[in-house]
Design a protein around this ligand. Sequence first.
Ligand code: BGC
Length: 274
Amino acid sequence: MTATAHDRDTAPGITPVHALEEENGHMTTAVGIDIGGTGIKGAIVDAKTGELRTSRIKIPTPAGGEPDAIVATVLDLVSQLGGVDKKTPIGVCFPAAIVNGTTMSAANVSKAWIGLDAEKLFEKSLKRDIKFINDADAAGVAEVRYGAAKGTKGLAILTTLGTGIGTALIHRGNLIPNAELGHLEIDGIDWETRAAFSAKEREELSWADWSERLQKYYERLEAYLYPELFIVGGGVSKHAEKFLPLLRLRTPIVPAVLRNNAGILGAAALASDH
Ligand code: BGC
C-alpha cells in the first residue's frame, strides 16, 4: 500500500536527510517505526535531539493485522522515507509484550503474532539487525529522554490511550519493560476495552463519561504503584485540556510532550544506541 500525500503529515521546518550522520562511530540518524492496531507510522529521526528529520508517513494497518502483511507494509514505509541505506539503524515498536524478540501477546493485531519470533521476521525483510520493543515502552523511553518524564526521580507511568491502552514504567529514568497495565481488570473487565480512546469513539462517549472510566483506571494505578507522575500519550493527548482537568487524582497527570510521535522517537533512539 502506498501512502498518499494526505497521509504525509507536514512538519514545518523539517529538512529531509539524504546522508547519514555519525558521531563517535555511532549513527545519530535512525528510522523509527511505530506499529499500531490502526496505523503504521514512521520517520527518520535525529536521535541526538529527538527531532524528526523527515515528515511522518502513516499507512493504515492491513486489515486483520497478519504478520506477513504488516512486515510488507513496514518495508514499503521504509522505502517511501527515502535516504535509508543498509547502514541506517531501524527501530520498530509493536503493540505486544516482547521477550527476546518474540511477541508474547496480541490484543489488537492477529493472534498469529503470539509466540512468533517477530524480531527475526523484521530483520530478515529489512536486511539488518533492528531494535524491537513494545510501543508504549518506546514512547516511555522517548518521553524520558526528550519529553515529559525527563528528570523524574521516582516512578513515572506513561499511558498511551489509542486503539488499546499501553503502559510504560520508568523508574529514575530506567525503563521496566513490558508492563501490560492497560489490561488491568476492573469490575472483572479488561479495562482497556472500556477506557482506551477507541472505546470512547466506538461508544460515542462524551469527554465527561469517558473521563469517569479514566478516573477508575488511574485511581487504581495510583493505589497500587504510587507514581510520581502520569504522562498521557496517544493521538488524543492533543485534546488533553478536554479530559485531564476532569480527573481527581493525587498524582500529577500531564500530556506527553512528544504527542503521537513518541513511539517513533523512542524506537529510533534505541536503534541508534544499539
Ligand atoms: C497491548 C500493549 C500495547 C498497547 C498499546 C495493548 O493492547 O497489550 O502491548 O502497548 O495495547 O498499543
